[in-house]
Design a protein around this ligand. Sequence first.
Ligand code: HAM
Length: 424
Amino acid sequence: MSMFQPVRGMRDLLNQDADALSYVIGKARETSALYGFKEVVTPVVEPFELLSAKSGEEIRQRMFIFDDLGGRKVALRPEFTASIARLATTVLKNEPKPFRLFSVGSVYRYDEPQKGRYREFWQANFELMGSGKPEADAEIILLSNSLLQNVGLTGYTLKLGHVGVVRGLLNQEGVDDVTQNAILQKMDKKDYDAAFALLTSKKCQNTLRGLVGLKSETAVETIEKMREYTRGYDKASTAVENLAAILKLVTESGCEIQTVDPAFARGLEYYTGMIFELYVPQFDIALGGGGRYDRLIETFGGEETPAVGMAAGIDRIALATQVQKTVLKKTQQKRVIVIPIKEEQKMQALKIAQTLRDAGIPAEFEVMGRKMAKALEDADKRKVDYAIIVGERELKEGKVVVKDLANRTQEEIEIEALASKIRK
Ligand code: HAM
């Protein structure tokens, strides 16, 4: 037994788990390019103040925080949005708007570990900065839809909401921002009674309770009910119209996977507009989520810059591909091992391996100095396709023996023709 295990909530990924993760990352990167996003790389460790400024109570409580040796209070990033917003106030300050930025990497939250919930996990993150228009919201939603489609998932749905509706109602009822934040946190946890209890007036409680109960069969009907309900509440009405405009753009672009939930809230505090989450029927945890945040960049000392974005939970999408048995379309490259019969052929054999790699064929070299029978037995166990046996007699004729390990056949092949032969 080893003395060491990974830290709780953190995992080693091997074989199909590692393959699924990198498959989803590849698809996310492809999708980002299709929508004109540019990749950026930012640090895993950031100033605590940056990460905590507008993240919300829940994330603040779950960050991995420490003092570095210079006495700076730093934390492991729990998400990408704060780092990207920092870019918008520094190196990208004078960049023409809009800009679209993609990032992928590990993020850290002290969540309670369970299936699909880890303390180290991966996100693919997309931010569109500079536009306050519904077109930008629609673009992010359509991108999210394309991502899951490109990964090969089926039956997924998108839950849509708008924080401006709840905030608009509560603002007009005179509820302060701190209480509003606390209410939205409770609503995110679907703990509605606790949310109502934070309101001191009965009238306010009833206003919120009414909104939470509005859900209808279709997205359009729900919007209609929200429209009626918010009549007389200016800001909340504007928010409903904004949501309606976004929904129309998305639906008319052929993406009809959404439901609208008037009681929908998300844990992050920086949202100011549309919010959404992605689900598959097999799990009750979100595969991704995002929304509009028009004031974060300003909060960081930048110019007023409207922005919208989303993060896909790579680990959960990878799990969904495994549960839905999505075929990971990997290029089926043949695997080859090159084995010299004797010490004297080692140099030649190594050269042959190198020639194969130069031709783009994955080739391993027998590095254990094993006898031929042992080396072949091992290659067989590891499901290698071909063994290239390099012997003195064949070398003299410019040839090697190629053994097909699955079919148990072998033939002598000219070294020159080796790469093209294996490729076939
Ligand atoms: P978020 O909803 O906190 O949003 O996280 C996005 C996704 O990360 C979730 O939907 C989920 O798939 C995944 N995720 C979250 N926690 C865990 C965990 N403990 N284990 C595994 N996966 C997890 C954000 O992070 C925002 N920054 C999204 C955004 C970008 N909003 C605007 N721009």
